[in-house]
Write a protein that binds this ligand. Structure first.
Ligand SMILES: NC(=O)C1=CN([C@@H]2O[C@H](COP(=O)(O)OP(=O)(O)OC[C@H]3O[C@@H](n4cnc5c(N)ncnc54)[C@H](OP(=O)(O)O)[C@@H]3O)[C@@H](O)[C@H]2O)[C@@H](O)CC1
Ligand SMILES: Nc1ncnc2c1ncn2[C@@H]1O[C@H](COP(=O)(O)OP(=O)(O)O)[C@@H](O)[C@H]1O
Length: 607
């Protein structure tokens, strides 16, 4: 859980470029093509990681001393013990060299080798002394060379296969350590770990937990797919810290990545951003290289600052948001709350005026909680279409209903909004209807796509809604959320949020799509109505024409929404009143959000 004791991330942190594993391999290849040695790169990687591990160890000792209430730090008296778990690829190669360097630095080291044959440990002096520029030019791989160097230096090792039993592996390990290094799989993982590998990952997690030890992943936690953030069958190393080599992987920040990676420390190693275009002489190769290194997404951890309003302005200066939803289909309880929640967050962002078009049955409830809103009957088509003409932004779909009557209203109101060149936000049941219209090859889908070229159209599905829009299974969307959001944009046009842990945002500008990962929000927000709140924030920002473009952008809206949730679950540290109630991950309600949104809006204001 992120700590928002200090809310400065809202204003200060820089965006971070995220890459797929294919791109990282391409970066390495471009580096080697400039004449640099692949084993040299592995040595640098391992050396820098060894340094980081020393620092992490010192930090761990300091923390332990602080919690033991002593200010004395007995560095030299401590045993420094590390257990390094290695696989057969280059990630394992990194692990062997880390073990070697830490042993040289005085650590007690044990390597747990997984998937190795006994013959792999026969010392071969030739491979240690081999100094071929590229390992491809000899039969010795970098990983083998690393293993041989560690063996020659007498690094102690055990084969996992020999110590593994269904009982307690840790009893059979020669060494119980303070730090466990996961170098089983890196970016080369391309299928579910099975058999001994699956056992090794589980044993690694069990042991680090039993020992209360620090779990440090080399490059990426084993089991996590670098390009997607997926984990097969929940089998992945649970890292406290990930030492991320070369460039940030997209998978560390999406889906399961946020659960498994822990704190991320970058070890950049090569200047892939600046060195690549200059040294490659072939014109075509140069173009390919530039394209290959375009990040797949940008991690946004900070919201943009907003300027104060002009004193000489009035409510009309800050737009009129029209929220259309909250229907009641005959015989049902209805979904009035969806529109009310959405309107309340629109208001909390500072939109000048708000009208809620919902079923008349909910007008009383709406005005009780939001007396500042205007109301109109959702089914008063003529009245509502006249209002659409006046509105600055139309947000539609939250609790709209899925019956044919609601579908007809959706078509009518969207066509009116398009005819009057309005910004449009579509959520929930609106997305349901849009998916049906796409299946029917209805002209509205094309009209909306064309409208989105020159006007803001924001669509905000979660994975289930995206699956329906794409006529795919939810598992297909979830297996590659990056691909899914791009497909949504390609089919329907417009700007998109694919909601969930590490919400993805896709914005199209000048014919170019940019994807962002918004690093805000928490699992407490996995409750009904949070999506309605998000659509309200988007509409509220879009309504305020005085804002700079970045300040009403979709990433900004998603960040403000996420930070509001974060403020709530950490609000004891952020508020000065001892008496204020705490809200935790469990029990956070969508109705708590507007107050927190107002708070975040104030935090992002420039003084
Ligand atoms: N190149 C460089 O210069 C540098 C690279 N660096 C490091 O290299 C790492 C990438 O190395 P990598 O490409 O060797 O991939 P890696 O993650 O070790 O895995 C491949 C191995 O795993 C296996 N395998 C895969 N999935 C499996 C499964 N489910 N179950 C079982 N086996 C499975 C696969 O076997 P195969 O598919 O061949 O059967 C193969 O043996 C990168 O993350 C970074 O740490 C740094 O040192 C910087 C310099
Ligand atoms: N684990 C999580 N981490 C971060 N944000 C989350 C998490 N779970 C849900 N959210 C956010 O809460 C909102 C939930 O939206 P949605 O599923 O549409 O809810 P509803 O349909 O009930 O309004 C989304 O913005 C989503 O990104």
């Amino acid at each position: 859980m992120k700590n928002f004791t200090n809310l400065s991330p809202i204003k200060n942190t820089k965006p971070i470029a995220l890459y797929s594993s294919e791109q990282i391999y391409a970066m390495e290849q471009a580096w080697f093509a400039q004449g640099y040695d692949s084993f040299g790169l592995m040595q640098q990687a391992a050396w820098q990681m060894a340094q980081q591990i020393e620092l992490l160890y010192e930090q761990k000792c300091l923390n332990a001393n602080h919690s033991a209430n002593t200010n004395v730090y007995h560095r030299t008296e401590r045993l420094r013990r590390v257990s390094v778990w290695v696989g057969k690829g280059n990630n394992g190669g990194d692990g062997w060299l880390i073990a070697h360097y830490l042993q040289q630095a005085g650590w007690q080291v044990e390597v747990i080798a997984v998937g190795f044959d006994k013959n792999d440990f026969v010392i071969d002096d030739k491979s240690v002394t081999s100094n071929s520029k590229h390992s491809d030019s000899s039969n010795i791989t970098d990983a083998t060379k690393a293993l041989q160097i560690a063996l020659s230096a007498n690094c102690h090792y055990q084969r996992f296969e020999e110590i593994h039993s269904s009982h307690n592996e840790s009893e059979k390990m020669a060494l119980l350590a303070e730090i466990y290094i996961d170098a089983l799989f890196g970016i080369g993982l391309d299928r579910a770990p099975e058999g001994i590998y699956k056992e090794a990952i589980s044993a690694f997690n069990r042991t680090t937990q039993q020992q209360n030890a620090l779990a440090v992943a080399v490059d990426i936690p084993s089991g996590l797919v670098a390009s997607t953030g997926a984990v097969f069958d929940r089998i992945a190393v649970q890292a406290d810290v990930t030492l991320c080599l070369i460039a940030r992987k997209f998978g560390l920040h999406n889906k399961d990545g946020t659960d498994y990676s822990g704190d991320i420390i970058d070890i950049p190693l090569i200047p892939y951003q600046t060195a690549r275009p200059h040294k490659i002489s072939d014109k075509n190769a140069k173009q390919n290289t530039i394209e290959a290194f375009e990040p797949v997404a940008i991690l946004r951890t900070a919201a943009q600052s907003m300027k104060p309003r002009r004193q000489n302005s009035y409510k009309g200066s800050y737009g009129h948001a029209l929220i259309i939803g909250g229907n009641r289909v005959d015989g049902s309880q209805g979904m009035g709350g969806a529109a009310i929640l959405s309107a309340s967050s629109t208001m909390a962002t500072g939109a000048g005026k708000i009208t809620v078009a919902c079923h008349e049955a909910f007008h009383g409830a709406l005005l009780t909680s939001l007396p500042d809103a205007m109301t109109i009957n959702l089914h008063d088509a003529d009245g509502l279409k006249a209002l659409i003409e006046q509105a600055s932004v139309v947000a539609i779909g939250m609790g709209l209903g899925r019956d044919e009557k609601a579908k007809a209203l959706f078509i009518d109101y969207i066509q009116t909004a398009i005819a009057h060149e309005k910004s449009i936000v579509i959520d929930a049941d609106g997305l349901y209807h849009l998916a049906s219209l796409q299946m029917d090859s209805h002209e509205l889908v094309t009209e909306l796509r064309e409208h989105s070229i020159n006007h803001r159209v924001c669509l905000t599905p979660h994975s289930g809604e995206a699956a329906r829009l794409l006529d795919q299974k939810i598992s297909e969307v979830e297996s590659d959320r990056l691909r899914a959001i791009k497909q949504c944009a390609a089919v329907y046009g417009g700007d998109w949020v694919l909601k969930g842990a590490g919400s993805l945002v896709l914005e199209q500008k000048s014919g170019r799509a940019r994807v962002y990962v918004c690093d805000a929000g928490n699992v407490g927000m996995a409750t009904a109505g949070m999506g309605d709140i998000l659509s309200g924030v988007i509409a509220g920002l879009l309504a305020q024409q005085d804002l700079a473009a970045e300040s009403y952008s979709l990433p900004q809206a998603v960040l403000i929404h996420g930070f509001a949730g974060d403020v709530l679950v950490n609000q004891n540290s952020d508020c000065h009143s001892e008496n204020r109630l705490m809200i935790g991950q469990r029990g956070l309600q969508a109705q708590d959000m507007p107050a927190a949104i107002r708070h975040v809006m104030q935090l992002v204001m420039v003084d």
